[in-house]
Ligand binder design. Structure first.
Ligand code: BGC
Length: 774
């Protein structure tokens, strides 16, 4: 854990320059707009430790797999989010001396991420080795209103000298991924040109052949007057720039304004991409910095209107939740069904921008409640479009007849995870994809989705489960052998309770979905039957047989659901018995020791209890929570949120709050000493869930919004909004009262603390706050 940022409700603030924190800050202060993103690297040269990162949504490279011993079935490559051409570079030299904060005395420094308006600002006063002092304010944003545009305003003043200043604004396309398996370049240059204020480079990814064109236009003002002399152009391999050389006097103010157009062949035809980049740049320059910035701020305002959570009385918690919401909204905007949400979004390379089960299990609930319906629908369609590839993934592992195994990690539908126990065994991801369909329909009421897309996916996943179980004569039950559950600190286990639970649930839901489509969308049902070659009588019978006879490990004495066969044979310890010096255990213990221990990385049994809580009474939930949570080391970012929600559910408010703080400030306070690698974007949705589903007790049951709000002791109040079936519901909770407002004209009915209320359009109800737990 490392705390160095100032607490503020709307901003993340770093008040001094400590090079040791720099790469963590580069992650934390990242900005993006769903289409491209940028770590908080400095514009000017920096020779200290840094991870340079510019990322473009959907642009990836299949890096050849690197493993010790090849096993049949391994994916050939790991899809990497690509470090893309750097558009932010602005080098500054004072009389041939480079401004490089690693080599300067940094006298004043402040870095601010303004989450309300979506920009990054850095202020510094630095003394160069020669004793010359320079002052700067640098503002950067990636436009939410003009999705292919980024802009920088770099304001400079000489403090104690008159001199010659050289400003080089450039694009560097000679970049590498720090995590490249074979230290290769992933990009080739297609074209480059530079003249005066402008420069363009088109680059092409090797193997995948994505084109990306970056164009920049840089202008300069001196004491409020445009500097008319044209800059000198620079051009070399994978590099273009514009160089301004100007004479400056003490206290002069030089403003460098840099616009960038970042285009990819996802949205442009390759032969036209250079021309299109020029057009995008023209329109940005024409709008001007102030207008672009105002439009961008306005888009953020709209996003916050729906997705903000306001917490009164606890600025640390407030900052934490806003940071999470901010990062989610700048990672995924939901307009393109080819895009998804990488665990690190646009903030780092490890796990990159690839798709994991995180999207379905964590992110979809956030977007379902805070964004228009099409946003989560697009995330479902993403998987639908990859169904054929999922069937092929299944075939590669020996499955047949249209059985789909969706990948653990993917960019294009193909599995590309490189660790066998996860690639082949962590099959519960299939269940999350089925559950997301159910969850989407539960929230939106869009039943037609089942007949148009959902049923095909469900049939294919159910076929997989059917083939993945086998009948044990010994147990006289179906069993599922050799799996890895969500707890990756156990591999190749038999009868992981969670995996069996989600498999059985999927089969059951598929049967239900078949009935719905058959009854309500007859002709579509026929075409699904045909397309999937569905053997209705046989397949339904087989699935029902598995539902009725699947084995679930349970401890007979205590009634606790067992994580897997034999879990209780392990030496039983709780995480508080661990030496704090040896945590996180994955950084101190051998892998072998971890596998043999009883310690749990993230919710496993409890993930199932969370998803299917209606099947269990509070005592059962309590019993399992009290057994498993103390054995959990929460070394996955996805862990604390589910535990926090369950702690709220069983009335353990103190633990719910502690776990909430852990999830909401995981990156800001660097709990797992890894934030320099990038942020945990997907778990951020879990933080939102811990407030809304945990403290707010929000559920959807029988087509109705259900709320059971409680409030953490430290808070004065909290409030949030939820989309529900065309209504927008505002929820305010304080120690004294719960206020529910219907923010549009569509009437709805809700269940609050177990009582039914009808809420007319634009109406409001107020009730006493009951700290309710059933
Ligand atoms: C977790 C997985 C998760 C992945 C990406 C791993 O540490 O165990 O559940 O999918 O991170 O977030």
């Amino acid at each position: 854990m490392h705390k160095y940022l100032k607490i503020d409700p709307w901003c993340i603030i770093e008040e001094e320059f400590n090079p040791e924190n720099h790469s963590a800050s580069e992650s934390i202060f990242s900005i993006g707009n769903g289409q491209f993103g940028q770590r908080a690297n400095f514009e000017e040269q920096y020779s200290g430790v840094t991870l340079q990162g510019t990322y473009i949504a959907g642009v990836y490279y299949p890096d050849k797999t690197k493993v010790g011993w090849w096993k049949n079935g391994y994916p050939e490559y790991f899809a990497k989010v690509l470090n893309a051409p750097n558009w932010i570079g602005i080098d500054i030299r004072v009389d041939d001396e480079a401004v490089d904060l690693a080599k300067c005395k940094v006298l004043e420094f402040k870095r601010t991420l303004n989450m309300k308006e979506g920009y990054l600002q850095r202020e510094y006063l630095a003394e160069l080795p020669s004793g010359k002092q320079i002052k700067a304010i640098v503002l950067r944003f990636i436009s939410m209103s003009d999705p292919e545009v980024g802009a920088i305003r770099y304001t400079l003043s000489p403090v104690n000298f008159d001199s010659r200043l050289e400003v080089t604004s450039y694009i560097d396309a000679g970049i590498k991924n720090a995590d490249a398996n074979y230290d290769e370049y992933f990009w080739d240059e297609v074209s480059r040109d530079a003249s005066g204020e402008r420069g363009f480079i088109t680059s092409r990814t090797r193997k995948t052949e994505f084109d990306c064109c970056v164009g920049i236009a840089t202008s300069l003002e001196m004491n409020g007057v445009k500097y008319l002399q044209s800059p000198k152009s620079l051009e070399r391999d994978k590099y273009v720039g514009s160089v301004y050389t100007i004479a400056v006097k003490k206290n002069d103010e030089v403003v460098i304004c840099k616009y960038a157009a970042v285009l990819s062949s996802l949205y442009h035809r390759k032969p036209e991409i250079r021309k299109d980049a020029e057009r995008v740049l023209d329109s940005a320059v024409e709008k001007g910095f102030n207008q672009l910035f105002a439009d961008h701020q306005n888009e953020w305002k709209k996003k916050w209107e729906h997705s903000d959570i306001v917490i009164e009385g606890d600025d640390e918690a407030q900052q934490g939740i806003r940071f999470n919401i901010f990062q989610l909204n700048q990672t995924y905007t939901g307009e393109d069904e080819r895009l998804n949400i990488g665990p690190k979004g646009f903030t780092g390379e490890k796990y990159g921008g690839s798709t994991y089960w995180d999207t379905e299990a964590y992110c979809i609930p956030f977007f379902l409640s805070t964004a228009p319906q099409h946003v989560s629908r697009n995330l479902l369609i993403y998987r639908y479009k990859q169904l054929q590839k999922a069937i092929e993934n299944g075939e590669k592992l020996g499955f047949s007849h249209g059985a789909a195994l969706f990948p653990m990690v993917t960019m294009n539908g193909e599995e590309c995870h490189n660790e066998w126990e996860i690639t082949f065994e962590e099959i519960h991801r299939n269940g999350a994809i089925a559950y997301a369909i159910f969850n989407y329909i539960k929230h939106t009421g869009d039943q037609e989705y089942l007949s148009d897309y959902g049923l095909e996916v469900l049939i294919a996943i159910s076929r997989f489960w059917k083939q993945r179980v086998n009948f044990s004569k010994e147990k006289n039950k179906y069993v599922m052998l050799g799996v890895t559950g969500p707890n990756e600190y156990e591999n190749n286990v038999n009868n992981n309770w969670y995996t069996n639970t989600i498999a059985s649930w999927t089969l059951h839901y598929t049967l239900e979905a078949i009935q719905i489509v058959k009854d309500s969308y007859k002709s579509k049902y026929k075409s699904v039957l045909k397309k999937t070659k569905f053997n209705e009588a046989n397949e339904i019978k087989n699935w029902q047989e598995i539902i009725d006879n699947l084995y679930f490990p349970v401890d007979k004495n205590s009634g606790i659901f067992l994580q897997q066969d034999g879990y209780l044979d392990k030496e039983q310890m709780t995480a508080d018995q661990l030496d704090p010096e040896q945590r996180p255990i994955n950084q101190y213990w051998s892998w072998d020791r971890i596998l043999r221990s009883c310690f749990i990385k993230q919710a496993d049994v409890l993930q199932g209890v969370y998803l299917f809580e209606d099947n269990y009474d509070t005592e059962v939930i309590k019993k399992n929570f009290n057994f498993y949570e103390p054995r959990t080391v929460h070394e996955s970012s996805l862990s604390s949120c589910v535990h926090s929600i369950l702690a709220s559910r069983i009335g353990n408010n103190q633990r719910a709050y502690e776990l909430y703080l852990h999830t909401s400030r995981l990156d800001l306070d660097d709990y797992n000493n890894e934030v320099h690698e990038g942020l945990h974007i997907t778990s951020m949705a879990g933080t939102w869930m811990s407030v809304v589903e945990g403290f707010g007790g929000k559920r959807i049951k029988n087509n109705r919004l259900v709320l059971n709000p409680m409030i953490p002791e430290k808070w004065k109040s909290y409030s949030f909004k939820i989309n529900f079936r065309n209504s927008l519901i505002g929820i305010y909770v304080s120690n004294e009262k719960v206020q529910i407002s219907n923010e549009n004209e569509i009437a709805t009915s809700l269940l609050i603390y177990g009582r039914e209320y009808d809420l007319a359009g634009n109406a409001e109800i107020t009730l006493p706050q009951m700290n309710y737990h059933s």
